[in-house]
Structure formats: C-alpha cells, structure tokens
Write a new protein. Structure first.
Length: 240
C-alpha cells in the first residue's frame, strides 16, 4: 500500500472484519502493552512516573489532534461526528487533564467511565471500512488503548482506590452528560453517545430492544459495571 492510500479518505482493499485476525491481533497487542506499562510503572520512582504521565497525556492529545486533522484534510470533519461528546472522546481530554493534574472527580470519571466504555469499544470497534495498514485503524486502537491506560495507571501504579461514593458520583455525572448530549443530538441530527439511535456499525446494542427501550437497559448496565468496578476495593478495605 502506498503512503497516500494509508491516509486516504476511502479505504482500499479488504475492509475491517469484526473478530478477524487484525482485530484480535490489535486487542492482543493493546493488552500486552497495558500489562507491560503497568509492570514498568510500579518500578519507577516519583520522577519517572511524572515523566510517563506527561508522555501519556501528550500522546492522548496528539493522536486526537491528528484524527481531527485527518478528517479535516479528507473533507469529512463535521459537527455531527467530531465534537468531543462520545464517552471515549470525553475521556481523551479528561484523561490527559487527570494525568497532569489529578483530582478526585477526574479519577472517578476516568476509572468508571473508562472501564465501561473503552473495553467495549476495543471489542466492537467503530472503524467502519478501515483495516490495517490504514491510519484510522491504528489511530482507533491507539486512542482507546490510551483511554484505558489512564485509569489502570492511576489504580495499578499510583494508588487511586475507587469506592461506592465515587461510583455514584460518576454514574450521575454520566446521566447528566447523556441528557445534555441527547439535547445536542436533537438539535444537530447527530448521535453522540448513541442515545438517539443505535450505531450504524455492529455493536452490543444490536442485542437490545429498539430505541428508546434500550436506554434504561444501558443505564442499568452502566450502574452494574460501576458497582463491579469498585466492589473489589470496597471488600479489600472492609477485610483490612
């Protein structure tokens, strides 16, 4: 493939295959990278960890800017798709901010939202027709791998410990965000956060009832995931 084809607006060659060889390889590489980074991070001192945080924050922002630049160069940038309103888009900017200046609410959002959104995105990626070696394929997995890196780094390396109160705050923040996004979608004709209709590509939502019946189910699933994401830490505190 020519370099120009790797950045073309339309993909050439075979398209992306869900759970195909390329997809599973990308998930495996992402998982191995996360495990390696967590292991190395635990061995670093405070100065080394600060440097890693800055590199991760720069990578998050850099890859997101490159994605917007690519869409703009292709003539496909538009407000119905490119505003930072999807869960993982919020986590790109929120994750970078949390790495540079950690706060309690920032940690809660990146942990609970990140664990609810990033793994599902990696397992059912919204990459359309783009398969490797196209830029969009790699950018998607780098982006979502980095989004998942932030909460894991904060917990596994730097000692943040989620709790039930944080899960509640993150859940109500998610509901508020979804409500605002629903209004924006209605005005723009967009479908950020998939609260106004199901996505056009294959996803776990295909197994749920049609809109709007799947919305309370999603809220219930999010509540369950948030509870599970704090339960091991709560039990450990009670046991200690």
């Amino acid at each position: 493939m020519r370099l120009a084809d790797a950045f073309a607006a339309r993909a050439s060659g075979p398209g992306f295959v869900l759970f195909g060889r390329q997809h599973l390889s990308a998930v495996a590489v992402t998982s191995a990278g996360l495990a390696t980074l967590m292991t190395v991070g635990r061995r670093l001192g405070p100065r080394g960890r600060r440097r890693v945080r800055r590199v991760l924050a720069g990578a998050l922002v850099g890859q997101e800017v490159s994605f917007h630049a690519w869409r703009w160069a292709c003539g496909t940038w538009n407000v119905r798709e490119m505003l930072p309103l999807h869960l993982c888009s919020v986590l790109v900017w929120g994750g970078a901010a949390t790495l540079i200046h950690p706060t309690r609410l920032g940690d809660e959002v990146v942990w609970f939202w990140g664990l609810a959104g990033a793994p599902q995105a990696l397992l059912t990626p919204d990459v359309g027709e783009y398969a490797a070696p196209h830029y969009r394929f790699f950018q998607f997995f780098v982006s979502h791998g980095l989004v998942l890196t932030v909460p894991l780094w904060r917990v596994c390396v730097e000692g943040y410990r989620p709790d039930a109160a944080g899960a509640r705050r993150a859940f109500f923040a998610l509901l508020a965000h979804a409500g605002v996004v629903g209004v924006i979608n209605a005005r723009l004709g967009s479908n950020y956060l998939f609260v106004n209709r199901k996505p056009d590509t294959a996803s776990v939502l295909d197994k749920l009832p049609p809109w709007p019946k799947y919305l309370p189910i999603l809220a219930g699933i999010a509540a369950g995931v948030f509870w599970l994401a704090q339960a091991p830490f709560t039990r450990r505190r009670h046991a200690g």
